[in-house]
Write a protein of this length. Structure first.
Length: 272
């Protein structure tokens, strides 16, 4: 459990000295089993797209994770290697904090300071009926190979799963069709280039949930931010959301999206 007295370090880059001896707690990917191959499962993917178009709420979560899994690809492995290339990422991997458990502990999040990243995430999760533990469970059920991954890759997969909604809060995008399409555009320059990403963007643009201009603005915000997958969010949950945004290079959503906006794009300010 994360204590409400914990404070984030003065810099998200940490204090790791790359000139020092290798940390024995860091993994050597060359000594782990190779990452599984994930060829495209076209028939399965199309079935999930049909379920999403049907729009039944009880099917949407599993269908979204199933599409990601069916279209496969090496994105998770590329992201893990990139995390290990950064000093702050190596520190995060060495510690391997259970971020899904922290985000699923709503009582602890509720005890954090008002206006903190943790409290704002809690307000977002409660408003949309989200629970990090259920998200991870759905990801596990829809994955073709999670049970065969080594512990490091399982930990990283779970972390990526819950980062999605945390990034919603950081970027200020609501869990609505416009907000979801915006967070996808925001995530692409962050390295989350899963094969279904272009499919989702095209579907949402065709549905007019987001204009090309707003999609570009979201993409630009993600490109300007630091590499978020490597950041120690478990240490940042008690910090003010505005401060965390500044540290991570994420501008205020209304400033970065000037002019008239779709009502459903941004998290309502009263929601927190």
């Amino acid at each position: 459990m994360l204590s409400t007295q914990q404070r984030a370090p003065s810099s998200v880059t940490g204090t790791f000295d790359p000139r020092s001896a290798p940390d024995p707690s860091l993994p050597d990917l060359s000594k782990l089993p190779p990452a599984p191959r994930r060829p495209v499962q076209w028939r399965r993917a199309w079935k999930q797209v049909e379920l999403i178009w049907e729009g039944r709420p009880e099917n949407l979560l599993d269908a979204a994770y199933a599409i990601k899994d069916a279209l496969g690809g090496p994105t998770d492995e590329r992201l893990l290697r990139r995390v290990l290339d950064e000093s702050v990422g190596r520190r995060v991997v060495a510690r391997r904090a259970a971020l899904p458990a922290l985000l699923a502990d709503h009582a602890s999040l509720g005890a954090m300071p008002e206006g903190s990243l943790g409290r704002e995430y809690l307000a977002f999760a409660v408003r949309h009926g989200l629970n990090a533990a259920k998200l991870v469970d759905s990801e596990h059920r829809m994955s073709r190979d999670f049970g065969h991954l080594d512990p490091l890759r399982q930990w990283f997969s779970d972390r990526l799963t819950v980062l999605h909604d945390l990034w919603h809060v950081l970027a200020g995008y609501d869990a609505t069709p416009p907000g979801e399409s915006a967070i996808i555009c925001f995530s692409i320059p962050q390295g989350l280039r899963y094969r279904p990403m272009p499919v989702f963007v095209v579907m949402l643009l065709l549905a007019r949930h987001l204009t090309p201009l707003r999609a570009f603005e979201a993409f630009r915000r993600g490109r300007r931010a630091v590499f978020l997958s490597a950041q120690p969010f478990e240490e940042l949950l008690t910090e003010p959301l505005d401060l965390v945004r500044r540290r991570l290079g994420i501008g205020p959503p209304r400033r970065d999206h000037p002019g008239r906006l779709p009502e459903a794009l941004l998290i309502p300010e009263s929601a927190s």
